[in-house]
Design a protein around this ligand. Structure first.
Ligand code: FPP
Length: 246
């Protein structure tokens, strides 16, 4: 039995989030420039998206560029942005053919104009697709998102649109960039690092964490399926005891 057949389709995580890591090390191992790793990372993005859609995952969120990534050498940032623009415009057709909707979270205004426009265009042109939503986290960091949400809530309180005593967990959910999306139930990080790196801190409160030593460009369909099988073998208790779940 292949790994795919081991998946219980009735208990799929609705939302999988991935910290794609290890492109630079992958390229270095091959004696190439870091951007070569990112270019090969695109293949893994394509394969993982296809694999997730194929089995029926509803949301796939990929950490493609963090707020902190702006501190990388200019040359790498420029090359990454070019790669993003190129990939988004090239893959738009495939997204539509596969009924996949594109969305993005993060400080999108801070992206180069060309990248921002291409992204908005792809989001718009795939907006009616409903098989799966692919969410790109771009210029995203969780602390940035939480600060933004807090500022917006404070503004609405000042304008008397909401009362302080009405603020609860749902209010906060409604002000996050992930508004309307189910919480990720499985978070995957590649490359052997065991960190969250400022990614979806609020949203992953109850997510199962899965770490693999594979570098992102080597990650493929089977790896995603393996992570899902591992997830399905875990007992998710949400603060309760085992017996209560039976
Ligand atoms: C982390 O590897 C990867 C990134 C910062 C960029 C991810 C981008 C892509 C896979 C390409 C385009 C993506 C889309 C969605 C079209 P790293 O550079 O931190 O690797 P290292 O830790 O080995 O240095």
């Amino acid at each position: 039995m292949g790994i795919k057949e081991k998946i219980d389709l009735e208990r799929l995580p609705k939302h999988i989030a991935i910290i794609m890591d290890g492109n630079g090390r992958w390229a270095k191992q091959k004696g190439k420039m870091r951007i070569f790793g990112h270019q090969n990372g695109v293949r893994a993005v394509r394969e993982t998206t296809e694999a997730a859609a194929e089995i029926g995952v509803k949301y796939l969120t990929l950490y493609a560029f963090s707020t902190e990534n702006w501190n990388r050498p200019r040359l790498e940032i420029n090359a990454l942005m070019e790669l993003l623009v190129g990939t988004i415009s090239k893959e738009k057709k495939t997204l539509n053919e596969n009924n996949i909707r594109l969305q993005a979270i993060g400080d999108l205004q801070s992206l180069p104009k060309k990248c921002y426009n291409e992204l908005l265009n792809a989001i718009d042109e795939t907006s009616t697709n409903n098989r799966m939503t692919l969410v790109l986290a771009l210029s995203y960091s969780s602390r940035w998102e939480l600060a933004e949400a807090t500022r917006k809530i404070a503004l609405d309180v000042a304008q008397k649109k909401i009362l302080p005593e009405q603020i609860n967990e749902e209010t906060i959910n409604n002000y996050l960039t992930t508004y309307g999306m189910p919480e990720p139930e499985l978070l995957i990080r590649t490359s052997g690092e065991h960190r969250i790196s400022n990614f979806l801190l609020w949203q992953i409160a109850y997510a199962e964490l899965y770490f693999t030593s594979k570098l992102w460009p080597d990650f493929g369909k089977e790896d995603l399926y393996e992570a899902i099988v591992d997830y399905q073998q875990r007992e998710r208790r949400f603060g309760m005891v085992s017996e209560q779940l039976k």
